[in-house]
Design a protein. Sequence first.
Length: 317
Amino acid sequence: MKLLSGIVPCYNEEENIDYFYGEFIKNRPFFEENGLDYELIYVDDGSKDRTAEKVRALKKKDPKVRLVSFSRNFGKEAAMFAGLQASRGDYVAVMDADLQDPPSLLPEMYGYLMEGYDQAATRRVTRKGEPPIRSFFARQFYKLINRFSETEIVDGARDFRLMKREVVNAILRVTEYNRFSKGIFSWVGFKTKWIEFDNVERKYGETKWSFWSLFRYALDGIVAYSTMPLTAVSILGVILFFIAIVMIVFIIVRKLLFGDPTSGWPSMVCILLTVSGLQLLSVGVIGQYLSKTYLEVKNRPIYIARQEEEEDSTEEV
């Protein structure tokens, strides 16, 4: 039998663990009809609630449930990577525990893989239930990154996707510390079928993504898949340099021809503040790239997991 691995990153999702499992195993008749076995890997991302306990209770009822538990919170990107590493399946699905990624789509996604696609991915066509300001900035992010990056990031793309093993192996070869999975999924290539669905609100609990965390995540994506900000600040520096030369020549000529004294300190202060602000912006952009390089060079593990299944040792990856 072929094996399908479901990867479920979790952070303080104790209310959703059982409910997600119930929705997932509704696909059991479909699995049996298509000669598929399954494993469900919950990745506990250093939760502070009873998430891990809930998963352990499920393991006693269903031995096909597995648990990878982090020593602390490393973030969803690390949790997805850990799940991919732990997966054994011929087909691997990444899903959120909050049911915003409906497991009911798995049969349709599997059908596309049987038609010859390497992965079936999902994208939201509506953002119903999201704050309008958040939806606006999300749309602007996708426009911005697709204009500056050679790697296309589909607007509304979710991490929810079903992949063949060769796609998973390719993703696992990308071992960078600063991970932006939406970009990695696209960068590795392969034939992808996009499935559109309306936004689904989470079943229980509250989102762990604040506006600030989403902003930082978007910034990570731009820095990871585009060098255009560096080019932009370089061009800006050249433009300001020529403007400064023109203004110096203008002041000298005006003094020589008309004897007009140099005046206007308020405007000079405004110019200095503007140029200084642009300089700090440029340094900040360069600093973002340097900080990412610094973290990569340190070669820290992407996550540290306590093995909850076969042993109690701690593993670094």
